[in-house]
Write a protein that binds this ligand. Structure first.
Ligand SMILES: [Zn+2]
Length: 139
Protein backbone atom coordinates (compact mmCIF):
# COMPACT_ATOMS: atom_id res chain seq x y z
CA UNK A 1 0.00 0.00 0.00
CA UNK A 2 2.73 2.44 0.99
CA UNK A 3 4.76 1.40 -2.03
CA UNK A 4 1.77 2.04 -4.27
CA UNK A 5 1.31 5.51 -2.79
CA UNK A 6 4.99 6.28 -3.42
CA UNK A 7 4.75 5.10 -7.01
CA UNK A 8 1.63 7.19 -7.61
CA UNK A 9 3.27 10.19 -5.95
CA UNK A 10 6.34 9.85 -8.16
CA UNK A 11 4.17 9.47 -11.31
CA UNK A 12 2.22 12.60 -10.33
CA UNK A 13 5.46 14.55 -9.89
CA UNK A 14 6.68 13.35 -13.26
CA UNK A 15 3.41 14.44 -14.88
CA UNK A 16 3.65 17.83 -13.19
CA UNK A 17 7.16 18.30 -14.55
CA UNK A 18 6.04 17.28 -18.02
CA UNK A 19 3.14 19.74 -17.80
CA UNK A 20 5.53 22.51 -16.76
CA UNK A 21 7.79 21.65 -19.68
CA UNK A 22 4.89 21.85 -22.13
CA UNK A 23 3.72 25.17 -20.63
CA UNK A 24 7.21 26.59 -20.96
CA UNK A 25 7.29 25.50 -24.61
CA UNK A 26 3.90 27.13 -25.23
CA UNK A 27 5.12 30.38 -23.65
CA UNK A 28 8.26 30.33 -25.80
CA UNK A 29 6.23 29.77 -28.99
CA UNK A 30 3.79 32.51 -27.99
CA UNK A 31 6.64 34.94 -27.38
CA UNK A 32 8.13 34.08 -30.77
CA UNK A 33 4.78 34.56 -32.46
CA UNK A 34 4.31 37.90 -30.78
CA UNK A 35 7.77 38.98 -31.93
CA UNK A 36 7.01 37.89 -35.47
CA UNK A 37 3.70 39.75 -35.46
CA UNK A 38 5.50 42.93 -34.44
CA UNK A 39 8.10 42.34 -37.19
CA UNK A 40 5.36 41.83 -39.75
CA UNK A 41 3.55 44.98 -38.65
CA UNK A 42 6.79 46.96 -38.98
CA UNK A 43 7.37 45.56 -42.47
CA UNK A 44 3.81 46.39 -43.48
CA UNK A 45 4.20 49.92 -42.18
CA UNK A 46 7.51 50.36 -44.08
CA UNK A 47 5.93 48.94 -47.21
CA UNK A 48 3.01 51.38 -46.96
CA UNK A 49 5.39 54.31 -46.59
CA UNK A 50 7.51 53.20 -49.57
CA UNK A 51 4.40 52.55 -51.64
CA UNK A 52 3.07 56.04 -50.93
CA UNK A 53 6.48 57.57 -51.76
CA UNK A 54 6.63 55.65 -55.05
CA UNK A 55 3.14 56.75 -56.05
CA UNK A 56 4.13 60.34 -55.32
CA UNK A 57 7.33 59.92 -57.38
CA UNK A 58 5.36 58.40 -60.28
CA UNK A 59 2.98 61.39 -60.25
CA UNK A 60 5.92 63.80 -60.17
CA UNK A 61 7.56 62.01 -63.12
CA UNK A 62 4.31 61.96 -65.12
CA UNK A 63 3.99 65.71 -64.62
CA UNK A 64 7.64 66.16 -65.65
CA UNK A 65 7.09 64.08 -68.81
CA UNK A 66 4.09 66.22 -69.75
CA UNK A 67 6.12 69.38 -69.13
CA UNK A 68 9.08 68.10 -71.17
CA UNK A 69 6.82 67.00 -74.04
CA UNK A 70 5.45 70.53 -74.14
CA UNK A 71 8.97 71.99 -74.19
CA UNK A 72 10.01 69.52 -76.90
CA UNK A 73 7.11 70.61 -79.12
CA UNK A 74 8.15 74.24 -78.72
CA UNK A 75 11.77 73.44 -79.57
CA UNK A 76 10.88 71.15 -82.50
CA UNK A 77 8.80 73.95 -84.04
CA UNK A 78 11.93 76.15 -84.11
CA UNK A 79 14.24 73.58 -85.74
CA UNK A 80 14.93 73.56 -89.45
CA UNK A 81 12.96 70.66 -91.02
CA UNK A 82 16.05 69.19 -92.75
CA UNK A 83 17.93 69.16 -89.46
CA UNK A 84 14.93 67.58 -87.77
CA UNK A 85 14.79 64.80 -90.38
CA UNK A 86 18.49 64.20 -89.88
CA UNK A 87 17.96 64.05 -86.11
CA UNK A 88 15.04 61.62 -86.43
CA UNK A 89 17.01 59.34 -88.77
CA UNK A 90 19.95 59.29 -86.38
CA UNK A 91 17.68 58.60 -83.44
CA UNK A 92 15.97 55.73 -85.26
CA UNK A 93 19.33 54.23 -86.21
CA UNK A 94 21.31 54.81 -82.98
CA UNK A 95 18.66 55.07 -80.29
CA UNK A 96 20.11 58.45 -79.28
CA UNK A 97 20.89 61.12 -81.84
CA UNK A 98 23.08 63.25 -79.62
CA UNK A 99 26.13 62.49 -77.51
CA UNK A 100 27.65 64.51 -74.72
CA UNK A 101 31.36 65.25 -74.72
CA UNK A 102 33.15 64.33 -71.52
CA UNK A 103 36.90 64.67 -71.04
CA UNK A 104 37.36 65.10 -74.78
CA UNK A 105 35.47 61.87 -75.52
CA UNK A 106 32.20 61.17 -77.30
CA UNK A 107 29.92 59.57 -74.69
CA UNK A 108 28.08 57.76 -77.47
CA UNK A 109 30.98 55.60 -78.62
CA UNK A 110 33.84 56.48 -76.25
CA UNK A 111 36.20 57.65 -79.00
CA UNK A 112 38.58 60.55 -78.29
CA UNK A 113 37.67 63.58 -80.32
CA UNK A 114 40.19 65.69 -82.20
CA UNK A 115 41.05 69.20 -81.06
CA UNK A 116 39.46 70.53 -84.24
CA UNK A 117 36.17 68.74 -83.51
CA UNK A 118 36.14 70.03 -79.94
CA UNK A 119 36.90 73.54 -81.17
CA UNK A 120 34.01 73.47 -83.64
CA UNK A 121 31.60 72.25 -80.95
CA UNK A 122 32.79 75.03 -78.63
CA UNK A 123 32.09 77.55 -81.42
CA UNK A 124 28.47 76.38 -81.44
CA UNK A 125 28.63 74.50 -84.75
CA UNK A 126 26.73 71.29 -85.37
CA UNK A 127 29.40 68.61 -85.31
CA UNK A 128 28.84 64.91 -85.67
CA UNK A 129 31.16 62.34 -84.15
CA UNK A 130 33.46 60.88 -86.80
CA UNK A 131 32.90 57.39 -85.37
CA UNK A 132 29.23 57.02 -84.33
CA UNK A 133 27.87 60.08 -86.24
CA UNK A 134 25.87 61.35 -83.26
CA UNK A 135 25.59 65.12 -82.90
CA UNK A 136 28.04 66.22 -80.24
CA UNK A 137 27.31 68.67 -77.45
CA UNK A 138 29.04 70.13 -74.42
CA UNK A 139 27.28 70.70 -71.11
ZN1 LIG B 1 30.80 58.87 -81.10
Amino acid sequence: MQQEVKTLESRRKQQEEESLGVMTQIETVEAEESGQTIGLKNLESEWRKEHAALIEEAQRLKALITELKGKRETVVAQIDSQMLDYYNQLKAKKGTAVAKIEQGMCCGCRISLSTAELQRVRMGKIVECSSCHRVLYLD
